[in-house]
Design a binder for this molecule. Structure first.
Ligand code: PMP
Length: 370
């Protein structure tokens, strides 16, 4: 990032989240840890309302706006409570006693609708599941022609990338109501047109930085209609007024997110990182498809470029695969307990070289046991 220090050795880490953070970012944070800006204090130790800290938050927002080309009629919030608290906040802010459409394509979108249904039970609005993938497997997205869209929904919610099942929706659905999208595991991984969406939200611990932060990007016209029951901290309009500082924010995570945005800019921005992400995904899926030994069952056009689940021909070998991969210095390849098998999460900070090392290991493993 700044100096000529040798880059530290870092072990290839395919964790789904909290996930690997760019080495240069961690080095910069390390350099500044004890003595930030020559002040003899760490950034963690200063008031979130100090002008020095506010300079960090302003810069982080400006960088994110520039990276994602966020139009001026969108507000950007840096909140807490992870992606999951947004499942609760969204209906409270946007349902307006009306109804909303939800598409279920995996565990996370299923959790989102389940949470929204709590408000239905309280009589605060209705929730319609327009379609659901095969709950037993979630390997595809139901075709839009099969969705049972309701009339005049307040919004349409979906998850752009199902982290557990590796199912990604690349194009924003074409519906007449504001799209509310969970981009927790794919934000900043490819160029998108923010103006296609009413609201985008993403937990930080994959492509943004450490856990403890969730980013909400919301169009102006969706503000100002929260339910009177909406807790203040979850009220987007209130948080806009308070510039995400209704209470003490996750200051260190916010600072690190800013460093990740700097790093992303240095990589050439989202288009450049998107090209590398495409190469990484192609390399891994090709290795899986070319073999009789590995398998990924997600419909080709919905295969995630961020989370690649795969199984071995013989699940008895799962344990061996995990032990040997770890010995080979490839970390966190265990699939989520809901689906089993393996999963390689290949977020922005996972290099093409790391994916190449993984692929080389997979080929060797197949030779040995296939
Ligand atoms: N949505 C998606 C797509 C996720 O992957 C996750 C977490 N892995 C969440 C929501 C929930 O995020 P959190 O744990 O930050 O609440």
């Amino acid at each position: 990032m700044t100096d000529n220090k040798p880059v530290a050795h870092r072990t290839p880490n395919f964790s789904a989240g909290p996930a690997t953070i760019p080495t240069q970012v961690l080095e910069r944070a390390q350099d500044e840890l004890l003595d930030w800006q020559g002040r003899g204090v760490s950034v963690m130790e200063v008031s979130h309302r100090s002008k020095e800290y506010l300079a960090i938050t302003e810069k982080a927002e400006a960088k994110l706006r520039s990276l994602m080309a966020i139009p001026d009629n969108y507000k950007v919030l840096f909140l807490q409570g992870g992606g999951s608290l947004q499942f609760s906040a969204i209906p409270l802010n946007l349902l307006k006693d009306g109804h909303a459409d939800y598409l279920t394509t995996g565990t996370w979108s299923a959790k989102a609708i389940k949470e929204a249904r709590r408000y239905e039970a309280l009589g605060l609005g209705e929730v319609v599941e327009v379609a659901t993938g095969k709950a037993s497997s979630f390997t595809d997205v139901p075709a839009q022609s099969e969705w049972k869209l309701s009339d005049n929904a307040a919004y349409f919610h979906y998850c752009a990338n199902e982290t557990i099942h590796g199912v990604q929706i690349f194009e924003p659905p074409k519906v007449d109501v504001p799209l509310v999208v969970d981009m927790s595991s794919c934000i900043l991984s490819q160029p998108i047109d923010v103006s296609d969406y009413g609201m985008i939200y993403a937990g930080a611990q994959k492509n943004i930085g450490p856990a403890g932060l969730v980013i909400v990007i919301i169009r102006d016209d969706l503000l100002g209609q929260a339910s009177e029951w909406c807790p203040l901290l979850m009220n987007y309009t209130h948080q806009v007024e308070k510039e995400s500082m209704s209470n003490t924010p996750a200051t260190y995570s916010w600072y690190l997110a800013g460093l990740v945005f700097d790093w992303l800019e240095e990589q050439g921005g989202i288009e450049a990182i998107g090209n590398i992400n495409a190469q990484k995904a192609e390399l891994l899926y090709k290795t899986i498809d070319d073999s009789e030994f590995y398998h990924n069952s997600v419909a080709t056009k919905h295969r995630s470029i961020m989370n690649v689940p795969f199984t071995l021909k013989d699940s008895e070998l799962d344990k061996v695969f995990l032990e040997e991969s770890e010995k080979a210095g490839l970390l966190h390849l265990k699939g989520h307990r809901e689906v089993g098998g393996m999963r390689a999460s290949i977020y922005n900070a996972v290099s093409l070289e790391w994916v190449q090392q993984l692929v080389d290991f997979m080929k060797d493993f197949e030779k040995k046991y296939g």
